[in-house]
Design a protein around this ligand. Structure first.
Ligand SMILES: [Zn+2]
Ligand SMILES: [Zn+2]
Length: 126
């Protein structure tokens, strides 16, 4: 009886990772290419215009923040410059996590009332 060891070939797994990365890149390029064909090269926020020389700074934003949602009609895409794209994602994060946090923290912090302050007084009066 021979014991067969299943070994993961590091070369092969690296190849798989590279392959997956390539697929991802291809997919990104394809929706980016489609979006650039579909929309004028203008940032949807700051209306900055782009040409072939600075086109790499123009990115495709997913309106619903789901990068796997790429409808052929482009309804989920928006062209944004790097700066506005960053902003857009920051706003989204704040919307999801930030506002909740601030709602909780602006609770009792404003009042400096100490419920035990009187207690000490009362005890000292004895
Ligand atoms: Zn912009
Ligand atoms: Zn985005």
């Amino acid at each position: 009886m021979t014991i067969k060891k299943t070994q993961i070939d590091p070369g092969k797994s690296a190849q798989l990772v590279a392959e997956a990365r390539k697929q991802q890149e291809l997919r990104e390029q394809s929706y980016r290419g489609q979006a650039l064909k579909m929309y004028p090269w203008i940032c949807g926020r700051c209306t900055r215009e782009f040409t072939h020389t600075n086109l790499s700074e123009l990115t495709v934003h997913h309106r619903n923040h789901n990068h796997d949602d790429n409808p052929a009609d482009g309804s989920n895409w928006e062209l944004l410059c790097l700066y506005c794209h960053d902003n857009e994602h920051q706003k989204y994060e704040e919307m999801r996590f930030g506002s909740k946090k601030t709602a909780i923290s602006t609770g009792n912090n404003a009042s400096s009332h100490n419920p035990f302050a009187n207690l000490k007084d009362l005890m000292n009066k004895k």
